[in-house]
Design a protein. Structure first.
Length: 132
C-alpha cells in the first residue's frame, strides 16, 4: 500500500526513539569522526594517518554491526548497507596501503562514499519516523 503523506506508525516511532536513546544514536554518531578522518588523510595524502583512520573506520563499523538492529526495516536496510560499505572501505583502504595499490585505496574511498549515501537515506527515514 502506498504511503499517504506523513502518517507514521506511533508504535514504530516509539521503538525507534527507544533504540536511539538506548545507545543507537551514539553508535551512529561514532562513525562520523572516522569518515572525516579518512577524508582528511586522503586530502592531505598522509598515508600513516590514512592507515590509522581506515582501521578506526573498520573497527567502528564492525562495532556498529554487532549492535542490535534499528527496529524499523526501512532504516535498518540502509544502516546495514552503510555499515557493510564502511567495513569494506576500511578493509580495502588498509589492503591498498599494504600493497601500495592506489586502485584499492580509491575503491575504499568510493565505498566510503556509498556508505555515506546509505547513511543519509537512513537518517531521512529516522527523521520521518521522528516527525521532523
Amino acid at each position: 500500500s502506498a504511503a499517504r503523506g506523513p502518517a507514521v506508525d506511533q508504535a514504530a516511532a516509539a521503538a525507534v526513539e527507544a533504540w536511539l536513546h538506548g545507545g543507537g544514536q551514539l553508535v551512529i554518531d561514532n562513525l562520523a569522526p572516522d569518515y572525516h578522518r579518512v577524508a582528511g588523510a586522503m586530502t592531505a595524502n598522509d598515508m600513516s594517518e590514512l592507515s590509522a583512520a581506515c582501521a578506526a573506520l573498520r573497527t567502528s563499523a564492525e562495532t556498529a554491526q554487532a549492535y542490535p538492529p534499528i527496529p524499523d526495516s526501512e532504516a535498518q536496510v540502509h544502516w546495514s548497507a552503510s555499515l557493510a560499505q564502511s567495513a569494506r572501505a576500511g578493509t580495502d583502504c588498509l589492503a591498498g596501503l599494504s600493497a601500495n595499490s592506489g586502485m584499492l585505496i580509491t575503491e575504499g574511498g568510493h565505498e566510503a562514499g556509498a556508505s555515506s549515501r546509505e547513511s543519509a537515506l537512513m537518517n531521512a527515514r529516522l527523521s520521518t519516523l521522528r516527525g521532523n
